[in-house]
Write a protein that binds this ligand. Structure first.
Ligand code: ADP
Length: 300
């Protein structure tokens, strides 16, 4: 986004005023890279250091009355309330000068301490023990920049198919990235889901748990950012974590000790990961199609 110098300072000062309700002097800003979608900065001010991310308001898809930052803030709050893993405090979100913004507590990065992976595994297991009667959530949100519907559903298999696989597969078919035979194979997989996946209770999930969304705090402990929260099958979260290289084995061991998984999880990983893979097909294109096809081949 092209604004800098005085204009940039006055933007940050205005949104901090909107958020905190008092005049704030911005002292310095540091732009941050690493996000896929938004602009981000560390903002040093007379009221402390903040993390700010922003985007053109008119470039954002909205769901009902909500934009991605509002649903992100609501998701972060849900995770924070479990008091399990560290989650940045939400200072506020809003709109100013045609831009949407989200202001969070700034997390200073450090190096993982000796028990980092064990802590991540145990605390995630604890977070997953938070449940509600149905799968989904009381609001829709986003996965990356794509809408993610969370219609409350009694069956986890129906939820996984209707709210996760089908919308993404439909989009991939529409974009000409997924062929009809593979799209149809999904429906044969649907019939098999109750035989393939354990029918567990809805678990509170981060929803986008890959290494880029886990930060190491100054104390060397884990903190989670950028969620796509919903109540779903907890194995879907662990499978997601394995998609791009995975986490240290100590994480999986600690998780399994705290909240044991059914046997044979490794064979189920591909089925759960059809969802993030289809999301990647829709966001980033054909490079991810072969990953989807490999998993669906046996249902052709
Ligand atoms: P996007 O929504 O564009 O994916 P992210 O939420 O992933 O953006 O943030 C971009 C980068 O900013 C992250 O990779 C991380 O390094 C850093 N970051 C995110 N949240 C915070 C925070 N609360 N404190 C400090 N740095 C953060």
């Amino acid at each position: 986004m092209n604004f800098w110098g005085d204009e940039q300072f006055s933007f940050f000062e205005s949104i901090l005023f909107q958020t905190l309700g008092r005049t704030v002097d911005v002292i310095e800003t540091q732009f941050l890279s690493g996000g896929d979608i938004n602009m981000a900065a560390q903002v040093f001010s007379s009221e402390g250091v903040f993390f700010v991310k922003w985007n053109h308001a008119d470039s954002q898809t909205t769901l009902g009355a909500f934009n991605p930052f509002e649903t992100e803030a609501r998701g972060l709050n849900l995770l924070r309330r479990t008091d399990t893993l560290a989650i940045p405090e939400i200072m506020g979100c809003g709109q100013h000068q045609g831009k949407s913004y989200l202001i969070l507590e700034f997390i200073s990065s450090g190096k993982p301490n000796q028990l980092y992976w064990e802590m991540l595994g145990q605390s995630l297991a604890e977070m997953h023990s938070h449940t509600q009667p149905r799968f989904g959530l009381h609001f829709d949100n986003f996965i990356g920049s794509l809408p993610q519907t969370n219609t409350l559903t009694s069956s986890g298999f129906d939820f996984f198919f209707d709210q996760r696989l089908l919308p993404q597969a439909g989009m991939a078919l529409y974009k000409g990235l997924l062929t009809k035979p593979y799209y149809e194979a999904l429906f044969r997989l649907r019939e098999q889901l109750p035989n393939l996946l354990p029918n567990e209770r809805p678990a509170l999930l981060h929803g986008d748990l890959w290494s880029g969304n886990v930060m190491v705090t100054e104390q060397g402990t884990p903190a989670l950012i950028d969620p796509a929260v919903y109540y779903g099958f907890r194995e879907a979260e662990l499978a997601f974590s394995k998609l791009f290289g995975g986490f240290d084995q100590r994480f999986y061991d600690a998780y399994n000790e705290a909240f044991p998984l059914d046997r044979g999880f490794d064979e189920r990983v591909g089925i759960y990961n059809l969802y993030p893979l289809l999301v990647h097909v829709n966001l980033f294109g054909s490079g991810y199609v072969s990953g989807v096809e490999r998993i669906l081949k046996r249902y052709l």
